[in-house]
Write a protein that binds this ligand. Structure first.
Ligand code: ARG
Length: 460
């Protein structure tokens, strides 16, 4: 049934109908739509705009529709244009005349704006919870690995020794910012567009504050044109999700590298890897690869939404119906990736020995050897060049800096003494980096404590 049949004379053709329809995807927020309608009706009744018995009939009708949709005993009528038309038609079918009063003082423009906000808010809550779960797993592994030495990289070349704890806490910081971004988007978007009407408000004495507070908004939107045509929060959330995915993708990339035959830093649980149909030896990091791969979809959704909005004159235009499908897909993708990545991380085994061996093999203590010389009064630039020559010597012989004899050290600089071996031990290199944010165990203890406290504070 059409909500706007009155003015029209010609039946549209089927292609036009299906091109125009949004029910196949906006059915996703039937619960939000019904929640909004129930608040609207309660407000209409309080304001004396509709009668008590009508309001009661509508509320009960909406509740029965919601129950039947929840239980799957009512199916969506595929000929309805959108979720709003479907529910209103179904309501009128069930309760008759009063159903036709539901849309008093409302337009689908402010209705869909409300539904999108309610849906977005619910999904932000779900995303924040998933982020908290991931942060918790990262923190636990980091807590247990403050002395697990591994190489830190720049340019994917071994650079300086760090710890697994330190490396993982870098991701903690990223996902913490993601969480904070979600929180601030939620705060900024929390105004209720219902009552904006089609674009110019309504002539009915609506109590918009009342509706807003029933729906847990901070208050009503303050401009009815903006109320129906704002999709900034969709773009903001897409951008925040794109950033989450970028972080997950970088983490995945590292997992893929760490899982490679050359590195063997981690053993992925069988549940998060798959075999090859031809090569029996394979254990592929498919889940990490898929997370990395799916990042593109979320970026695509963000670009699509920015482009959809950029040319739209105020206020509502049907282009805005395109705010849904890719957004929903981006939300689903980000949630699934967060969930899967968290579980994969929690079940991963870290091969501490291989990490240590790798850190020991790559001259990651060369900076510390130079710092050792500086400690003995050699200018840093000279120390840098002396250690460079030592590295060259080691490379020729296929050994590490700590395997050189004292004579060999002294052949390049007489400043070296037996204490050099202690100074360039990987443990020493890490232990001495104790300014805040660095991998030294003292510094890490402080950061881990601060972040644990912060994480706990998000639960209140
Ligand atoms: N299905 C529409 C959407 O998703 C609902 C709003 C329709 N409003 C209108 N004037 N056609 O945007």
């Amino acid at each position: 049934m059409k909500l706007w049949g009155g003015r029209f004379t010609k039946e549209e053709n089927e292609l036009v109908n299906s091109f125009n329809a949004s029910l196949p995807f906006d059915r996703r927020f039937y619960r939000q739509d019904i929640r909004g309608s129930m608040a609207h009706v309660k407000m209409l009744k309080k304001q004396g705009i509709i009668s008590d018995p009508d309001a009661q009939a509508i509320t009960e009708g909406l509740m029965s529709i919601r129950r039947d949709l929840d239980e799957g005993t009512l199916s969506f009528d595929e000929t309805s244009e959108d979720i709003h038309s479907f529910i209103e038609a179904e309501l009128t079918k069930r309760i008759g005349e009063p159903g036709k009063r539901l849309h008093t003082g409302r337009s689908r423009n402010d209705q869909v704006a409300l539904d999108m906000k309610l849906y977005t808010r619910d999904e932000i809550d779900a995303l924040m919870e998933l982020l908290t779960g991931l942060l918790d797993v990262i923190l636990s592994i980091a807590d247990a690995n403050t002395d697990t030495i591994m190489p830190g990289f720049t340019h994917l070349q071994k650079a300086q020794p760090i710890t697994l704890s330190h490396h993982l806490m870098a991701y903690f910081e990223m996902f913490k910012r993601d969480w904070l971004r979600m929180k601030s988007i939620r705060e900024r978007m929390n105004t209720c567009p219902l009552g904006s009407g089609a674009l110019a408000g309504t002539t009915y004495p609506l109590d918009r504050e009342y509706t807003a507070s029933m729906l847990d908004f901070d208050g009503p939107t303050l401009n009815s044109i903006d109320g129906v045509s704002d999709r900034d929060y969709v773009i903001e959330l897409l951008s925040a999700m794109a950033t989450v995915m970028m972080h997950l993708s970088r983490f995945s990339e590292e997992f893929i590298i760490w899982n490679s035959n050359e590195y063997r830093f981690i053993d992925l649980d069988d549940a998060y890897s798959t075999g090859s149909s031809i090569m029996p030896q394979k254990k592929n990091p498919d889940i990490a690869e898929l997370v990395r791969g799916k990042t593109g979809r979320v970026y695509g959704a963000l670009t699509s939404m920015l482009v959809t909005m950029k040319g739209l004159p105020l206020a509502y235009n049907k282009d805005m119906q395109e705010d849904k499908e890719m957004f929903f897909d981006a939300v689903d993708t980000t949630k699934n990736c967060l969930k899967l990545f968290t579980d994969m991380l929690a079940s991963t085994r870290f091969n501490k020995k291989n990490m240590y061996k790798s850190a020991a093999g790559g001259f990651t203590n060369a900076t510390d050897a130079a710092d050792y010389l500086v400690g003995k009064g050699v200018p840093f630039r000279d120390a840098h060049s002396i250690v460079g020559r030592l590295v060259l010597l080691c490379e020729k012989r296929g050994i590490a800096l700590d395997e050189l004899t004292l004579e060999e050290y002294r052949s390049i600089s007489p400043v070296f003494d037996t204490d050099v071996y202690e100074a360039i031990k990987l443990e020493t290199c890490v232990m001495r980096r104790n300014t805040i944010g660095a991998p030294g165990p003292e510094a890490m203890k402080i950061t881990l404590e601060l972040e644990r406290k912060w994480l706990e504070s998000t639960q209140n």
